[in-house]
Design a protein around this ligand. Structure first.
Ligand code: NI
Length: 257
């Protein structure tokens, strides 16, 4: 199988000196591509360094909505510098999180808007986190797309079929993470079957949300195979075909070889 983990956080703080083994296990499991996503300037820079060393790894630079209340002086300039350096393939992780109240809504909206405008200015795809906020995020994306083109990825999608349809109408790609494999997620699996194959992505969101049967353990890109198999089963297609199609989507979006 040829797999692409379209969303993982492989910052050295979380994996310490194990990172080479984590990448090796991913490759052994058929994961030839990984998008390593930043949440602050420091891990965005680490992601860009990893991407410069490893074939098939791309990086995204951004400040996570849960962290926008703690941005330090000069931090946004570092994100912009990374984005302009062509060392990153995407902008994010950005978005809106109404579940956690780490930062006020208006602050989160302002930072999401900044990331949207940066992605549009540099023609880079935007990696979006939503939690109990899909309708508001889609409204902001609709406004942005009225101004100009924007390639958006709704990562770890957990919305309804109607929300998925609206996102697809806006040209978004939808990433599915470990939650879709949980026994209790029959409805989400059903939603995943409605996504056109050319808009579908698989991801781990490592180190969080390990898929079944590894639930509860620290997640890593090698585990994306379980999510791909689960989606293939739900959609009634061979796992190899689903893996190849989602990997092709990720390579097209992140413009990798
Ligand atoms: Ni994430």
């Amino acid at each position: 199988m040829d797999l692409f983990d379209s969303h993982c956080h492989l910052d050295p703080m979380r994996y310490l000196d194990e990172l080479p083994e984590v990448v090796a296990r991913a490759r052994a499991a058929g994961v030839s591509g990984m998008a390593v996503i930043g949440t602050r300037a420091i891990d965005s820079e680490a992601a860009a360094d990893l991407a410069s060393r490893e074939v098939g790894i791309v990086a995204a630079a951004g400040i996570h909505p849960n962290d926008v209340g703690e941005v330090v002086a000069g931090e946004w300039d570092r994100i912009v510098a990374l984005a302009e350096s062509e060392r990153v393939a995407a902008i994010g992780e950005t978005g809106l999180d109404w579940y956690r109240d780490h930062a006020p809504k208006d602050v989160q909206r302002e930072w999401f808007d900044r990331h949207i405008r940066l992605a549009q200015r540099l023609s880079l795809p935007l990696v979006i986190h939503t939690r109990e906020s899909i309708a508001d995020a889609l409204a902001m994306l609709r406004e942005a797309i009225a101004r100009g083109p924007l390639a958006a990825i709704l990562h770890a999608f957990t919305g309804t079929a109607a929300e998925a349809a609206e996102a697809i109408d806006l040209g978004c790609h939808l990433g599915f993470a470990g939650m879709v494999t949980f026994r209790s997620s029959a409805q989400l699996r059903e939603v995943a079957t409605t996504v056109p194959i050319d808009r579908l992505l698989v991801e781990t969101d490592s180190p969080f949300l390990s898929p079944e049967p590894l639930r509860g353990r620290r997640n890593e890109p090698a585990h994306v195979v379980h999510t791909a198999r689960c989606l293939a089963l739900a959609r009634g297609c061979p796992p190899e075909a689903l893996a190849a199609a989602t990997a092709a989507n990720a390579r097209r979006l992140f413009r990798c070889r």
